[in-house]
Structure formats: C-alpha cells, structure tokens
Design a protein around this ligand. Structure first.
Ligand code: MN
Length: 257
C-alpha cells in the first residue's frame, strides 16, 4: 500500500500513460496523488481529464487531485468568464459531449489535501501555502474558495483570479520581503535579490507537514524532508515525474505527447 505523487501533466496524456507503465502502482490498494494542472499547453487535455475522472471513480479517496491555475482556466473558459489565451490547447476539452460533466467534476476538486500517509503528515497543493498559515488557516481558506468555485460565485472568483489565497494555492512561486508573490518563474537561484521561494519563507505555511506540489518547472524536482516539488517541465519537452512517498523512489517518463 504505497502512496505515489505525480507532477504537472498539462494534457500530456501519452506521457502519463508511459509513466504509469513504469510505476509499480496497484490501483486496488495504493494511493495516487496529482499536483494539478492536469490540462492545457499539452496536446491531450480531454483524455487526461477523462482518465482522472475514471481514476477517481475507481480509487475513491485513494485518488487525490488538487486544482492548479490551468485547471481553473479551463473552468473559467467553460463558464465563459475567460477568453482563449495564445497557448491554450483546450478546444477539445471544452467542446466534447462530456465536457460539462467532466468540468463539473473538476470544479469540485479541492485546493489542498491533508493526509497522514507513508509515516508522516502531508499537504498536497498545486503551487504553495502562505507563510504563517496554520493547518486550520489553510483549510479554512481552501474550503471557503472551494465552496465559491462550486456555486454561483464561481464566475466572479474566476473572472479575475486575483484573490490572495487562491493565488497562493494555484500560482505562487517566489515572495518579496513583504511576502507578496513575485511574477518570477525562473530558477530561484537566478531570481532578483530579495525574492525567496514560498517554502523558504519562515514560518512556512502548514509547517508540520511535508508539502507535495508542482507548478514550477524551472525549480524542477526537489525532494527534501519538508518539500516534494514535482513539476519537471513535461510539457516543455522535459519529463513527467512520479515519486513514491514511502521511500522517495523517483520514476520518470520523457515527453511523449
Ligand atoms: Mn501551474
């Protein structure tokens, strides 16, 4: 009964299939966590979405996926509150017969997931956690936003997508001296002075939990006791990465569409 986590798929469904083929995943007993940004930029968002929905049905609570900024963008486009962006590859996912049902499923996914597994307490989140957040703070912020996403207030929330807690969960990378998110998305080592990765600003959010996250391809795979960052830039011609939390075994698949 292992727990696996997979990085940002971005519609690279063939790559995901190849990765799953290399993992020793038992869908009947193991846990599988996805860091979000299942869709967009890559070629097969619709297939990735159908796969995730099916895994959720098959694995139940043992399958967990949190929402990323591109997932929110798909929901926003479906609701008609965001237009197409130049690099969007969401046409099929928006026009499929089962799109309403799939996107309705997607908008009911959480922004954070807490669980004790593989011998320690974890938090699964797409981008990050605001410094100073207790577990309760993070959970309260997430549940408040999730309620909005599922209800009538979704359009207002998704039209601008600048709510600070939503930004933390889905888009944050580096913070300035006043803990404001920076737009820097390159490697943290090359960032302008005064910026620090969210996970190195003390006190880090949910400090007693190891954070499993994605969203930051330039950061690459970081596996430390308190952090597992999994975006290895699959959609940019990099790799898709899975890590088994129990022993931090790393499995990779090169981009294959
Ligand atoms: Mn992202």
């Amino acid at each position: 009964m292992a727990t696996w986590a997979i990085g940002d798929v971005h519609g690279c469904f063939r790559t995901l299939r190849a990765l799953l083929g290399r993992m020793d995943l038992d869908v009947r007993t193991d846990r599988l966590w996805m860091v979000g940004d299942l869709v967009n930029r890559g070629p097969r968002s619709l297939k990735a979405l159908r796969w995730a929905r099916a895994m959720d049905a098959e694995m139940g609570e043992r399958f967990q996926i949190v929402l990323g900024n591109h997932d929110l963008h798909l929901i926003a486009r479906h609701l008609g509150v965001a237009g197409a962006r130049p690099r969007d590859t969401l046409k099929k996912a928006l026009k499929a017969k089962d799109a309403p049902e799939l996107i309705d499923w997607l908008r009911r996914r959480p922004l954070v997931h807490f669980e004790r597994t593989a011998g320690r307490d974890y938090v699964l989140v797409h981008a990050g956690l605001r410094p100073g957040w207790s577990d309760g703070d993070a959970l309260e912020a997430a549940r408040r936003l999730e309620r909005k996403l599922r209800g009538q207030k979704a359009k207002r929330l998704l039209r601008r997508r600048n709510e600070p807690s939503l930004t933390a969960f889905t888009r944050m990378r580096m913070l300035d001296a006043k803990s404001r998110p920076s737009t820097w998305n390159g490697p943290p080592e090359e960032a302008p002075d005064g910026l620090r990765p969210w996970f190195d600003v003390e006190p880090r959010g949910c400090p007693d939990r190891a954070a499993v996250c994605g969203h930051w391809a330039a950061l690459g795979l970081r596996s430390r006791h308190d952090l597992l960052a999994l975006d290895t830039g699959c959609v940019w011609g990099g790799e898709l990465t899975a890590v088994r939390l129990d022993d931090r075994l790393v499995v990779r698949a090169p981009f294959a569409g």
